[in-house]
Design a binder for this molecule. Structure first.
Ligand SMILES: Nc1ncnc2c1ncn2[C@@H]1O[C@H](COP(=O)(O)OP(=O)(O)OP(=O)(O)O)[C@@H](O)[C@H]1O
Ligand SMILES: Nc1ccn([C@H]2C[C@H](O)[C@@H](COP(=O)(O)O)O2)c(=O)n1
Length: 699
């Protein structure tokens, strides 16, 4: 995940390959709650690991639910079987609507039955997201619910510590025209009170009914049907279908009369299905479906293949496929897989009711930037109460590319840019804004796109950008490189690694390649003056970088690599032209999306002469000797400052006086003498120079 301030996505050119999606957020959080409420344990496979599921898992653990990772990667949730081992808790639910709404309903009912009291809160935005319609429905039932801040919004207090009699005889009325999550919350919670019977299995302690047997329940089978009536036109119906589908998997069959009336049968009881896999996230699939539709296929590839979700998905957002086809995408698929290629180009403008795909429809807004006319997305009023006001957000950000955008209470109309500009995309702590605007990097003007706060994708797809960069290609010249060259111990490595980390770029420590060649020569008994022998070794170095360690043919050389003696040998090895040529292609291969910071002696002069920023870093020989001395002593290595100074001067002389690619500043390098600068000051200087080189320097 890119936990950085902003990520600059270079202009992208083509795409091809296979993407495996993380689990669906909607299914993951529903299944977690159902598993926790059930009798018996449930092994959940392919669960989404993201902010929102972690919030749900933490809440369930606080409520006394035992959760254990399994050897096969599944997560085992031991169900509470309708019991309530923890009767009081304060739960923090971040900005996870899929945790806040269902937990509100389930805990309001359980607190009322068992006499508990719970407080549910979230981040500031969560406290701006309405929940009044659900609160009203729960109060109708007789559940004590207090809004602790503004009426109709979290934070909430559920229950007052005393058991309540619930009014289950009358239909429970809930509005369906603001968010379908209120109805989902009631559907998930009400089976808890559909029977008066208490289970003989599970009193907060999980046990699994023996295979093939039905759990036995104590007491007579009393209870009553519970009816929910939807007030107003129900929106986002596919999400209700997911809910009903999953209830069925946990042995609760809800009867549905149209979309207005739902009946939970008397005597039903959640029972674990044993094992349940989570499908890939269909909303997340939308970015890669759009990618396949927008990008010309990388030569040799057949477009984009998505695995983990397909045409038999139970998720409503799978219907994004239909919308993308309307815009011209060429999509085929199987039960659990999709194949996407560019079809019509430019994409075809659409006028579409998007009520059935509220989340994925945001991706259509970005596809609309590439269409042959204005596109209108209608019936999307629910966007206004999501992670942010998504209609306002999409309008503001699309305009940064030069699009004309009109917005209304429940629609957005986007006219593609006649002349593309670019901008720094504000992401409003909204994962979907960040993900969908990354696709604007395919703009025909070849402009990069800056995504602010890219880590917001952690809500549903922590590795989104890594996954995107794996299947996208762009010419090497479009991938930015920052070169940091300079003499030994000037701080190049430290500076390069810090700058790379802050920008989310790849890192090339080119000196390590010469050092590894020297160690390989030592191992093989090759003389340091044997140019052909050294070149042969350099051409096939069995080098691997793993977990911050360096391996040479399986041997961990992390420590020997950094020895001063190895640096001296590397300096000798690096004088040979054949060795330098043998390492050339390997160094170029580090130029990968989204960018590279490379340190060495000839990064700016020879390897990446087209780099937009070249820094020549230096410091006085005395300063450098002192730093090296301090560095060695801190590692417990004995060192003498005078001999370090002498070695360093000798290495400087050899590196800068050799015939091939000598150490010297590139003509267009910026000089940075950090003799009197701390590390952070040097880093800031380079970042400032870099910012000045980008097209975002004005924004
Ligand atoms: N600006 C600075 N101020 C003080 N110390 C620094 C500064 N920059 C780096 N150092 C320290 O100097 C030491 C040498 O830095 P580093 O290893 O990054 O140098 P280098 O140029 O990459 O060396 P080499 O070329 O030999 O690999 C480290 O201990 C590092 O923490
Ligand atoms: N681009 C490079 C990088 C390194 N070398 C040589 C010269 C150095 O003395 C030696 C070790 O480098 P260090 O790890 O200290 O940066 O490798 C080179 O010639 N070209």
């Amino acid at each position: 995940m890119y936990a950085i301030d902003h990520l600059d996505v270079p202009p992208l050119h083509s795409a091809g390959g296979t993407v495996r999606l993380p689990g669906s957020k909607s299914i993951s959080n529903r299944v977690l709650l159902l598993a926790a409420l059930s009798v018996g344990y449930t092994d959940i496979a392919d669960l989404l690991d993201s902010d929102d599921t972690r919030v749900m898992l933490a809440a369930l653990a606080q409520l006394g639910c035992r959760i254990e990772p399994q050897a096969d990667g599944a997560l085992r949730v031991h169900g509470l079987g309708g019991a309530l081992p923890v009767k009081q808790a304060q739960l923090f639910l971040g900005n996870a609507g899929t945790a806040m709404r269902p937990l509100t309903a389930a805990l309001a009912l359980l607190a009322s039955v068992h006499g508990g009291a719970f407080e549910l809160s979230g981040i500031a935005r969560m406290h701006e997201r309405p929940i009044g319609d659900l609160v009203d429905a729960l109060r109708q039932l007789g559940c004590p619910v207090d809004c602790l801040g503004q009426d109709g919004y979290p934070p909430l207090r559920l229950g007052n510590g005393t058991p309540q009699t619930l009014a289950l005889d009358q239909p429970i009325r809930v509005r369906g025209d603001v968010s379908s999550q209120f109805l989902t919350a009631l559907l998930l919670a009400l089976p808890l009170v559909a029977t008066n019977r208490a289970p003989t299995l599970g009193t907060g302690v999980s046990s699994q009914p023996p295979e093939g047997t039905v759990p036995s329940w104590g007491g007579p089978a009393t209870g009553r049907d519970i009816v929910i009536e939807v007030v107003g036109e129900l929106i986002s119906r596919p999400y209700i279908e997911i809910t009903l589908n999953l209830l069925e998997r946990f042995s609760v069959s809800v009867r549905r009369d149209g979309w207005q009336r739902f009946t939970i049968p008397a005597g039903c009881r959640y029972t674990s299905p044993g094992r349940i896999p989570v499908e890939g996230d269909a909303s997340s699939a939308s970015y890669f479906i759009a990618l396949g539709a927008l990008a010309s296929p990388t030569p040799g590839s057949d477009g984009i293949t998505i695995e983990g979700v397909g045409l038999s998905s139970i998720q409503g957002d799978i219907r994004f496929v239909e919308a993308a086809r309307l815009m011209g995408a060429d999509i085929s698929g199987e039960a659990n897989r999709l194949h996407i290629r560019r079809g019509a180009w430019p994409l075809k403008a659409i006028d579409l009711d998007c009520n059935h795909i509220p989340d994925a429809a945001m991706t259509l807004a970005v596809m609309a930037l590439f269409a042959d006319g204005p596109s209108t997305l209608r019936n999307i009023a629910s966007w206004r109460v999501k992670e942010t006001d998504r209609i306002a957000a999409m309008a503001t950000e699309c305009r940064k590319f030069g699009a004309l955008v009109e917005e209304g209470a429940d629609f957005i109309r986007i006219t593609p840019p006649s002349s593309w500009t670019t901008g720094s995309i504000h992401t409003y702590d909204d994962h979907r804004v960040a993900m969908c605007f990354s696709l604007a990097a395919f703009n025909p003007a070849g402009l990069p796109v800056r995504i602010e706060d890219p880590k917001c994708v952690a809500k549903t797809f922590p590795d989104y950008f890594e996954t995107l960069f794996e299947v996208c290609q762009t010419p090497a010249q479009a991938i930015p490189v920052i070169c940091i060259d300079g003499p030994t111990a000037s701080g190049k490595g430290t500076l390069a690694s810090e700058v790379a980390q802050r920008l989310g770029y790849q890192l090339l420590d080119s000196g390590a390649l010469y050092r590894a060649t020297a160690l390989a020569a030592q191992d093989a008994g090759v003389d340091l003056d044997d140019e052909p022998g050294l070149a042969r070794l350099a051409a096939q170095l069995p080098l691997a970088f793993r977990d911050h360690k360096v391996f040479l043919g399986g041997r961990d050389i992390t420590d020997p690599l950094r020895l001063e003696s190895t640096g001296g040998m590397a300096s000798r090895v690096s004088q040979h032209l054949a060795v330098r040529s043998a390492l050339h292609a390997l160094q170029l291969s580090f130029r990968r999306l989204p960018g590279l910071v490379a340190d060495g002696r000839d990064m700016g002069t020879v390897i990446f002469p087209d780099a937009p920023l070249k820094v020549y870093l230096t410091a006085s020989a005395e300063q450098r000797a002192q730093r090296r001395h301090k560095q060695l002593i801190s590692k417990g290595i004995a060192a003498n400052i005078d001999s370090l100074l002498a070695d360093l001067k000798m290495r400087d002389h050899r590196d800068s006086s050799r015939a091939h690619a000598p150490l010297k500043p590139a003509e267009d390098a910026l000089l940075l003498d950090n003799s009197e600068l701390g590390i952070e000051q040097s880093v800031q200087q380079v970042l400032n120079w870099w910012q000045g080189k980008t097209v975002f320097s004005e924004t």
